[in-house]
Design a protein around this ligand. Structure first.
Ligand code: C2E
Ligand code: CA
Ligand code: CA
Length: 398
């Protein structure tokens, strides 16, 4: 695997090849693409590559390319190239930020050689060797991935402070505890799992962790719901629902308390397949939650056809809703919309009491975030739960 690699996408071959050439001269292995479809397939199979993309193309606009990169959970540096004015470029940067895409540089066309050279040199400095497929497969064999748990709470009327909360469950978030790399976050390894076609194995590994967690709770008398996250490739895997169900069968699990979280962009990549898999999960009795809501722009008509029972408002909106009235209006509209569609609404990324109080005023049902707790290793999560019970708060039914 090349250490420094960049994929250049531009519909104008002269410009694209020129940028790719400057990259090569700066020591970065580069490939030029004129077709967004080919470019995106290459990114999916080589997520270690950085990308440079043109914002204006006849076959697919740059924002759509960014959106597709977000579906792939792309997390490598992105260079945006465009002849558009600064305002449009800033809007693109904002779109990328909301979608958790790391834009490292914005280059106005025509780009000067020296400017490009500096950017590529900077990239080299920031690139570190990503794990290979075999390293990830080995790590799974050695059981190095661990399910951390972040509490999920119901927002209730407070006795003293206006809004209070009671714990109802946890979201499981994977970490890779690598002996050589330290604790690696999922944003880094999930796209590599997908690129290495290890999704099926990883989902089974996650299900095993979930079963261990649920069994541990049963023994400790913890009556909590458990949410787990699925990628786009998982919800396109037609055997997924049966595999999960078989894992749970005979364990005395209330399937409704196992919640499958899927982002709206993952559910929308191949909506027909996702509809099939998500419906099967519902038919098996599992609960479904629409994750990161508010970051994509899928059609509500399509979303409504999917059998979700819960909607999670993305943390980029929640973290902004105290400071920005505009965002507050959007959050309120999402909460009302969710309720009108019969959905439970969750706010993610709650970091302070003021946000919790505001969400209570806006009628939001559930919340999650550092204000309650960070994702915790299993034992600490159990202790967190039991401490809340000791404090005299009874867990509510989700
Ligand atoms: P997500 O599902 O949106 O998970 C929430 C992320 O927000 C977590 O990051 C969590 O640590 C972080 N977070 C929670 N509360 C706060 C807060 O108050 N403030 C801030 N700033 N951040 C907060 P994490 O654990 O790094 O996970 C990132 C993403 O990786 C997840 O986003 C999820 O999409 C994905 N992921 C995690 N575990 C798995 C897995 O087992 N399978 C799959 N397919 N994806 C996973
Ligand atoms: Ca999630
Ligand atoms: Ca989320």
């Amino acid at each position: 695997m090349a250490e420094h690699k960049i994929f250049v996408l531009d519909d104008e071959p002269d410009i694209g090849r020129y940028v790719a050439q400057v990259a090569e001269l700066s020591g970065v292995d580069s490939t030029y693409f004129s077709e967004p479809g080919e470019f995106l397939s290459a990114v999916e199979s080589s997520p270690e590559a950085c990308v440079a993309i043109d914002l204006q193309m006849p076959s697919m606009d740059g924002i759509e390319v960014l959106r597709q990169l977000s579906v792939l959970q792309f997390r490598r540096p992105i260079i945006i190239m465009s002849g558009m004015d600064r305002k449009v470029l800033e809007a693109a940067r904002h779109f990328a930020k909301v979608n958790k895409l790391p834009v490292s540089d914005i280059v106005s066309k025509p780009a000067r050689v020296e400017e490009l050279r500096q950017i590529f040199q900077k990239l080299q400095g920031s690139t570190y060797l990503l794990p290979t497929k075999s390293e990830l497969a080995e790590a799974m064999k050695r059981r190095e991935f661990q399910l951390y748990l972040q509490p999920k709470v119901r927002i209730v009327e407070g006795l003293r402070s206006g809004a209070d909360y009671i714990p109802i469950g946890f979201e499981g978030l994977m970490r890779w505890d690598s002996p050589t790399r330290g604790l690696v976050p999922p944003d880094v390894f999930i796209p590599l799992i997908t690129a290495g076609h290890l999704n099926g194995e990883f989902a089974d590994y996650l299900f095993d962790c979930a079963m261990v967690t649920l069994e541990g709770w049963r023994q400790a008398g913890i009556d909590a719901s458990l949410a787990i996250n699925m990628s786009a490739s998982d919800v396109e895997d037609l055997g997924l629902a049966d595999r999960l169900w078989k894992r749970c069968f005979g364990m005395g699990i209330d399937y409704g308390k196992v919640i499958i979280e899927v982002t709206e962009s993952a559910a929308m990549r191949h909506p027909e397949q996702a509809l099939d898999v998500l419906t099967r999960l519902r038919l098996r009795g599992f609960s479904l939650s629409l994750d990161d809501f508010g970051t994509g722009y899928s059609s509500l008509v399509q979303l409504q056809r999917l059998p979700f029972g819960e909607l999670k408002i993305d943390r980029s909106l929640i973290s902004d809703c105290i400071a920005s009235e505009h965002t507050r209006i959007i959050v309120k509209a999402i909460i009302d919309l969710g309720h009108n569609l019969g959905l439970t609404v969750v706010a993610e990324g709650v970091e302070d009491q003021a946000t919790l109080t505001l969400l209570h005023e806006l009628n939001c049902d559930l919340a999650q975030g550092y204000f309650f707790a960070r994702p915790l290793p299993a034992e600490q999560a159990n202790a967190w739960w039991l401490k809340h019970l000791e404090a005299g708060v009874m867990p509510a039914r989700p």
